[in-house]
Write a new protein. Sequence first.
Length: 106
Amino acid sequence: MEKRLTLNAYQAAAMSTASADSDIVTAALGLAGEAGEVCDHIKKWRNQGHHFDHVLLLEELGDCLWYCALAARELGVTLEDVANENVLKLQRRYPAGFSVERSVNR
């Protein structure tokens, strides 16, 4: 069985490939670009008859994660910090789980 990476281990490995001049601007623009590539593939599948390529989407999502790791590094936090804060926010927003009513009336 393959060993699974923790978010922090991923971040450390991924950041070994970041250039010395990578910064928060690089992270934000890179994330937007990679998210756009995910959206473009979905658009082409949904509207233009292209094949839904799971491998391509996995790779593009990985690229999004790389830029998230860079942004976290630039903020002085870890990906696990980001994940933990997001879970806490979601628990505050939806303490009993997602509901349309809480989403509309928050």
